[in-house]
Design a protein around this ligand. Sequence first.
Ligand SMILES: [Zn+2]
Length: 612
Amino acid sequence: MTRKPSLGGTEEEREMARWIEGHWKDQGLDEVHLVPYQVLLSYPSPDVPNLVRIIDSNDDKAIWVSAPKAEEPLYAEEDALPDLPFTFNGYAFPGNVTVKMSDVVYVNYGREQDFDFLESEGVDMTGKIIIARYGKIFRANIAEIAEARGAVGVVLFSDPIDYSPEGSSFVYPNSYFMPPSAAPFGTVKLVDGDPLTPFYPATESAFHIPEDEAQIPKVPVQPISPEDAWQILSRMGGEPAPAPSDWQGGLNFTRKADQGFQQKNLKLNLDVNNKNTPTTTYNVIGIIKGSVEPDRYVVLGNHYDAWIFGAVDPHSGTAAMLELSRLLMQLSKETGWRPRRSLVFCAWGAEEYGVVASLEWTEQFEKQLASRAVAYLNVDMAIEGNYTLRTKSAPMLYDIIFEGTKKIPNPNPEEVAGGRTTVYDTWAVRRPDTVQPGLPLMQFIGSGSDYKGFQHNIGIPSMDVRYTHDNVTLGEPMYHTLYETFALVDEIYDRGFLYHKAVTALWGDVAMVLSESKILPYSLEAYADFISRASEDIIKTYGDLIAQRNMTMEFFTEAVANFHKIVKDFTEELKQVDLENPLQVRKVNDQQMMVERAFIDPRGLPGRPEYK
Ligand SMILES: [Zn+2]
């Protein structure tokens, strides 16, 4: 899987789809489908690289040019493959802009507050090329904010202070920290799914809106490496910046107060040659039919497209999914076992472009999923480290996950020697929940992967699990770069695939509990508690504002209390259910399954109809 790139919508991605389809057919799954969507994806030009240049205006010659091709090969054999794509951000607008030295602005992490700070200092963003650090907000938001404030171009880089904090000698291939030549790919499209078929599945017959009406950026955006960013930032002029000090970062230069270049004869050129391209991407769907309730689905998913080799993101997860389906089919062959409810395995296409094919699938099968799906269990990547489990989940699945992690043996021998024998034990110690002492931290399920359509559009309780590293805020340092290779996984993160095995076991356990339990063991009480804490947070944060506007939280608070009471009564009622009466069992299970759906507003959030 990691020997070649598998970029969404390309022949390599289709080859991978057929390969997964073949595996599932060989394993003997009851049904295997390839589901195509006609979508608009974005590619760098095959001939002309995207470049950033520093130009001397005296003779219009470039005195410096950014690295043209993916990144410098460092270690793995495949790093040096000849046909790797030029570095790019998905959906970045093609364009060639040049600005004079005073019109280059460093905007820290590119957040609203960073732009606000600069504007309060009198910097007008109109006509500027901005240079921002990756890492605090979604890169598509950086591009959106820059565009909204009038910038004509965006250059992104990863600051070593965030991605290689141990210094430039302790980086890949000596560690999992980012080398100075790395420039991570990533989408800059803000709205999920195919941009030309909002709210509808991108089937062949679907109406596709014109490209100029699509919600994609209208400014060129380009990622560059830290060493290339240094070339620009170190030439900026003025006095050392007195404040704010957290703008400094880890590159070897002092951030200057003035914007623009020291040498007044210099200009900055940003040249992006991407092309938005209609293409086909496929989901591969494999089904093990339930023996008792075939029309109730436990859905498991992972995307199989990658920016380049994707050995961490996503193929650590793809490998886990193929192994899990293989084991379940082996169990079925050896013992005659069938799941009670159907298990639906989904290999998603074009996730990296902004959860494209999974979102289209949830749009196409929304009615079936809304009435039949029990849960959606995502593993975007099985590992991005070997320090502890990291779990994002809807509260409805909390107890199932807690109980699952208590059953899975700890893959870390040192932790076992320290008396922590299960995945749960290490998780509770290394990533404790500060709000609920004694429990491990369960993070919010956001919208950063294929669970988006399930959790936020349909209201299907979803989770995403992986093993992670020791830095809570930092993403995987090599995320979306050329260096996410098999060697990184095999030699640095997980020799022997022990952590992959633990995640696969947990994934399988949660799926089995949801497919086998007669009464679905959702965490209704945890959901009620979650809503209580959230409402307290809202009152704490916005209480004064709400009072000032003559509004009240009284009815909301009352509804929360009422929800607690109903959960308590219902939990009592569950104990009385006649387990031999299939209609009674189906009734209480359907009631529970619909709880999450009850919180879906078909009109969506104000101004954000795609979040329901
Ligand atoms: Zn991913």
